[in-house]
Design a protein around this ligand. Structure first.
Ligand code: ZN
Length: 305
């Protein structure tokens, strides 16, 4: 099967296209992560994912294909297509067994491996990890470890496909991992336990969309105040359910009374927001950019007690 100039260009184009597509998706994945996944969670996931990836480098790609591809091509060129099929099939069975054993052993050995990695921390200049975080990383790594099995099989298939000069599948398939990352991050992330949204001035104003919760009018941030629905003097606490945005006029009118005593009512019942990214999105909109001019972060982000 002599490879002509035209064929070569075609293969290069297929590969370049697939790689470019995968990279673009990688960028989208990073953007999705940056926006929706808190740094600590992302960090933990990347750490857990590093383990099967290290083994992938050891057993996968280079080593295996270096061993298989020449044998496969040899069978295809010197013997028959039937012989080639038999050879691939036999190697596939061997790989299935090898990868299954490795994966099961890996899942079982995760605590040892993680401990080993943390023992190396002083050498690699990492920070020490608390026992709770270590337990969490162990669980997470057990879930990510079977990646080794699937990527191992995919890499094996790639080698066999290369032999028969079928390049398209291998060039596009890495993109699937990023598609899965993006889809899972968007669809499932908020089902996981997460740190609750911080109770601070900025988040309350964002939740109430800069609207006075008594007269319902929207004001620039500088003209809004925080109001305790049940006044502190009456035992009202600083909680999501008891703090609202109020304009200066409404706040003065209400004074130290309950809304009903002041014959005022709330536009909306104040609740705790379920997740902060929505607020972050809002905060990014040009409407709120004017905040920056007088924003004192310490004032706006201090936790309310
Ligand atoms: Zn008002």
């Amino acid at each position: 099967m002599p490879s002509t100039q035209g064929q070569l260009s075609k293969y290069v184009a297929i590969f370049a296209g697939g790689t470019l597509f995968s990279r673009v998706l990688g960028l989208v994945r990073d953007m999705v992560w940056a926006r929706y996944i808190p740094y600590a969670s992302r960090d933990a996931f990347i750490f857990a994912f590093r383990l099967p990836n290290m083994l992938r480098d050891l057993v996968g790609e280079g080593a295996l294909n270096a061993a298989f591809v020449p044998v496969f091509s040899d069978a295809l060129e010197k013997k028959s297509r039937q012989k080639f099929r038999e050879l691939v099939s036999a190697a596939l069975s061997a790989m299935l067994i090898l990868l299954s054993v490795l994966t099961v052993a890996g899942v079982l050995a995760v605590p040892i491996l993680i401990n080993g990695m943390t023992l190396l921390e002083p050498l690699t200049g990492g920070v020490s990890i608390s026992p709770e975080r270590l337990a969490f990383l162990t669980t997470l790594s057990r879930w990510t470890f079977p990646y080794l099995f699937f990527i191992g099989m995919a890499v094996f298939a790639m080698g066999a496909l290369f032999t028969v000069r079928h390049y398209a599948t291998s060039s596009w398939s890495p993109a699937l991992l990023n598609v899965a990352f993006i889809a899972c991050s968007l669809l499932f992330y908020d089902r996981l336990p997460q740190r609750s949204v911080k109770l601070n001035r900025r988040n309350i104003f964002a939740r109430d969309r800069n609207r006075c919760q008594y007269c319902g009018k929207r004001f620039p941030t500088s003209e809004l105040t925080l109001d305790h629905v049940v006044p502190r003097s009456r035992g009202g606490s600083s909680t999501w359910e008891n703090l609202v945005c109020a304009c200066v006029d409404c706040n003065v009118q209400k004074g130290g009374r309950l809304p009903r005593e002041a014959r005022m009512s709330l536009v909306r019942r104040p609740v705790k927001p379920r997740r902060s990214p929505v607020l972050h999105l809002k905060l990014r909109s040009p409407k709120y950019q004017s905040w920056k001019t007088f924003l004192d972060n310490a004032y706006w982000e201090v936790e309310l007690k």
